[in-house]
Design a protein around this ligand. Structure first.
Ligand SMILES: *[C@@H]1O[C@H](CO)[C@@H](O)[C@H](O)[C@H]1NC(C)=O
Ligand SMILES: *[C@@H]1O[C@H](CO)[C@@H](O)[C@H](O)[C@H]1NC(C)=O
Ligand SMILES: *[C@@H]1O[C@H](CO)[C@@H](O)[C@H](O)[C@H]1NC(C)=O
Length: 634
């Protein structure tokens, strides 16, 4: 336990002093993304993509760009004499991109990282010169894939195992490569087109694939079983190519395998010990200190841990600075003459602390979001704080940022979390606030299976909904001039006190966010008006409130929170159809549904939630009406 914490603070410190890479900035415009994508390889002269102000690739009918309305849904760059290697990163910008075809070009190198595009449905790379092994887990993040055409390239190694778990796979073409090893059995029952001919595959053909004819498997000397004429000798292992050699080698193989068994057993034993020790420390850690920020989605596990970083020069300066300080005995100063900033306190209610105190504190990673991460730090005085690293708050200069944060520091409302301090550096900002041991609403609803729901009965849930609504109302009054007074209301940004009073955090950040990644960072940009018309308004906060209400009432994790829409359910659609079909009762979380005397009130709250997520903002319930209707429920 102590060791784990020590390691964490050590790694935090190490990362603090390593050099910080400048954060890449992604432009929002599709034009930019396409131009940067094109710049990554060697284009022929056939691509007529010419950027310019106000140009829409869809209206201008750029070669290969497939659109639906003004959304880019496909890139079909077929037979255009393209070569070189491809940078997939710019394509992450194209949120509606579902199909990529680069067939019949001359691309080389390993398979590009198209698996970053989690919602891709079709990938056609046939007839190029891609080579090398495809990583085993390449397809694990591409759960929407239906069509995979990698034929006529130079891929080697095994067919990546992750392909067998693609749930919606319809077409798989791998013919004409140098794949070796067995054919993995495919999970999808709907595969209609399959070809692995002319590789170096071997072993038994999985029964489910036997329905594809001989031509799908021809040209692989080691394959056996139906539909091939060659029977498999031994079902457990690929047949040996030379029978005589087989008998000769069995004795030797057995001796080797006996030795291996012992080795494997020892390794497994040690691995088990490590795993048990890890689980033990992890459970102790989680039961004691829940993941406060509730960034508990599977996605957060994937994202890398990237703690606080300072530029290298600050190490020297900081130490000389602190020497100087301790000699002169001076107290807090926001910024020194050397230009190295310290923590700036914006709210002194919980005492004052400095960057050094944070660095000395034991730290614990709470979660990693797409654009930031959060740590818990316990200061020597006993105060626990959450340090949130904001990689995307780069719009404002130091003075303006300071003014905004000081304004946040003065906010006082029982449902709003007031930040305590901030740290400003050009590339990143840290925002420090009080740690809430109960964690976030998201964590309580979905974080753990057994413990979490026990206290979330109907009165508590109603209290949380009321508190969230009051907090939002307060923020809408305080930041009335903002386009998006809150902008990032979601269950992981609702923290709970010991008495289950909700506190809103991460509000009013829109003016601080750099325009190029504000849409990724803030949940209000997932509202239908932004998705369809790139517009946000205070009404977008009402949409977010609606999602939170429906989430609280159904206990389900909304797919709206995830960029890939893979897990969770489309809560909006589910609620709307259930209400239309008079099945609203089925929506209520079974854990509170037994409270029959309150069913009418629960249904009323569900209806309010549904009225908040109305996709047309003009028809959406205005916030003041939401409040009066919710306050009437008891
Ligand atoms: C297979 O196809 C059927 C009918 O087309 C569809 O209902 C089903 O969901 C599909 N299964 C998978 C796993 O995609
Ligand atoms: C599989 O690919 C080979 C080589 O391109 C081709 O000759 C054969 O007809 C294909 N079979 C099917 C069923 O697609
Ligand atoms: C046995 O296998 C070796 C290679 O491992 C090969 O050179 C040899 O020809 C084989 N012997 C027979 C009898 O097939």
């Amino acid at each position: 336990m102590a060791a784990v914490r020590f390691l964490l603070s050590l790694s935090l410190l190490l990362l603090i002093i390593t050099f910080s890479f400048p954060t890449l900035c992604f432009s929002q415009s599709d034009v930019d993304a396409l131009i940067r994508f094109k710049a990554s390889f060697t284009p022929g002269h056939l691509i007529n993509w010419i950027p310019g102000p106000g140009i829409s690739p869809c209206l201008k009918k750029w070669v290969g760009v497939r659109c639906h309305g003004k959304d880019i849904i496909g890139l079909h760059l077929t037979n255009l004499h393209l070569s070189g290697t491809i940078d997939v990163q710019p394509l992450l910008q194209l949120r509606y991109l579902r199909t990529i075809s680069l067939m019949r070009n001359s691309f080389t190198g390993p398979i590009p990282l198209f698996n970053k595009l989690g919602s891709l449905k079709a990938l056609y790379l046939s007839n190029n010169q891609f080579s090398g092994e495809i990583p085993k887990h390449y397809f694990a993040s591409m759960r929407s894939l239906k069509k995979v055409w990698l034929n006529e390239n130079r891929f080697t190694g095994h067919i990546p195992e992750s392909v067998k778990h693609l749930p919606h796979l319809l077409e798989l073409h791998l013919e004409g490569n140098h794949f070796t090893g067995p054919i993995p059995p495919l999970q999808s029952l709907n595969v209609t087109s399959f070809n692995v001919s002319f590789n170096h595959l071997e072993g038994n053909i999985p029964q489910s694939l036997a329905k594809f004819g001989v031509t799908s498997f021809q040209g692989n000397l080691g394959l056996c079983g139906k539909p091939m004429t060659k029977d498999c000798v031994d079902h457990s292992s690929p047949p040996p190519s030379h029978n005589q050699n087989h008998t000769e080698t069995t004795g030797k193989a057995k001796a080797i395998s006996d030795g291996k068994v012992i080795l494997v057993a020892t390794t497994i034993f040690f691995l088990l010990c490590i795993v048990i020790a890890f689980i033990f420390s992890a459970t102790r850690r989680t039961t004691k200190k829940p993941d406060n920020r509730g960034l508990v989605s599977k996605q957060s596990v994937k994202d890398e841990v990237l703690p606080v970083q300072l530029p290298p020069e600050s190490i020297h300066r900081r130490s000389s600075e602190s020497n100087r300080r301790s000699k002169s005995g001076s107290r807090r100063e926001p910024a020194t003459k050397t230009g190295v900033a310290d923590m700036v306190m914006v709210n002194g209610e919980r005492g004052e602390f400095r960057l050094q105190d944070l660095m000395k504190a034991s730290a614990e990673v709470l979660g990693n979001g797409v654009l930031g991460s959060a740590y818990k730090a316990t200061l020597s005085g006993g105060l626990s704080v959450v340090v949130k690293r904001m990689k995307w708050m780069n719009r404002l200069g130091k003075d303006e940022f300071d003014a905004e944060l000081r304004c946040f520091g003065k906010l006082k409302h029982c449902n709003v979390l007031t930040p305590l301090a901030y740290y400003f550096r050009k590339e990143e900002k840290l925002v420090v606030s009080t740690y809430m041991p109960k964690g976030s609403l998201c964590y309580l609803l979905h974080g753990t299976k057994d413990r979490a729901h026990t206290n979330l009965n109907w009165p508590t849930r109603l209290k949380i909904v009321k508190g969230v609504t009051r907090g939002l109302d307060f923020i809408h009054k305080e930041f009335a001039s903002h386009d998006l007074p809150h902008g990032n209301l979601k269950s992981s940004n609702v923290l709970l006190t010991e008495t289950y009073d909700p506190l809103l955090s991460d509000y009013a950040f829109q003016p601080l966010a750099s325009p190029c990644n504000v849409a990724q960072a803030m949940f209000a940009y997932k509202s239908p008006e932004y998705v369809q018309y790139q517009q946000v308004s205070p009404k977008s906060d009402v949409y977010c409130l609606g999602i939170v209400i429906l989430e609280i009432m159904t206990g389900k994790h909304p797919s709206q929170y995830l960029s890939d829409g893979q897990t969770g359910i489309d809560i909006v659609q589910w609620v709307q159809t259930s209400i239309l079909e008079n099945r609203a009762l089925e929506l209520i979380d079974p854990e509170i549904a037994s409270n029959a005397s309150s069913t009418d009130n629960m249904l009323r709250l569900l209806e309010i939630g549904a009225a908040c997520v109305e996709s047309n903002p003009d028809k959406r319930l205005p916030l003041n009406k939401v409040i009066t209707r919710i306050e009437k429920i008891s």
